[in-house]
Design a protein around this ligand. Structure first.
Ligand SMILES: [Zn+2]
Length: 98
C-alpha cells in the first residue's frame, strides 16, 4: 500500500482513521497478532493512533464497552444453559427413581 506523506508527518497521520478503524475491532479483541505469535505491526500502529486521535480513541472505548457487554451476556447465557442442564438432569433422576 503506497503512502504519500511528507517525511515530517506525525506518526498519527501515517495511517488514516478509516484504515485504523478497519483494524480497531481486532485490536480491541486482542486478535491483531501475526501467525508467528509475535505482535502484529498493526497493534503498535493502532495503539499509537488511538493515543493521539480522540475520535478513534472514543470508538475504541465504545468497542470495548460493547465487548464487555457481549461477554457479560454470553456468561449469563452460559449460566442459564448450565442451570437448565442441571435441572434437566435432576428431572431425569426424579423420573428414574419413581
Ligand atoms: Zn483516528
Amino acid at each position: 500500500m503506497a503512502q504519500h506523506l511528507p517525511p515530517d508527518a506525525p506518526v498519527a497521520s501515517l495511517t488514516d482513521c478509516a484504515h485504523i478503524r478497519m483494524h480497531l475491532d481486532a485490536f480491541v479483541d486482542g486478535e491483531l497478532t501475526a501467525f508467528d505469535g509475535h505482535d502484529h505491526p498493526l497493534t503498535e500502529l493502532v495503539g499509537a493512533h488511538v493515543r493521539v486521535c480522540e475520535p478513534c480513541a472514543r470508538l475504541e472505548r465504545q468497542l470495548q464497552a460493547l465487548r464487555a457487554a457481549l461477554r457479560a451476556l454470553a456468561r449469563r447465557e452460559q449460566t442459564t444453559a448450565c442451570a437448565s442442564d442441571a435441572l434437566r438432569r435432576r428431572a431425569a433422576q426424579i423420573l428414574a427413581s419413581r
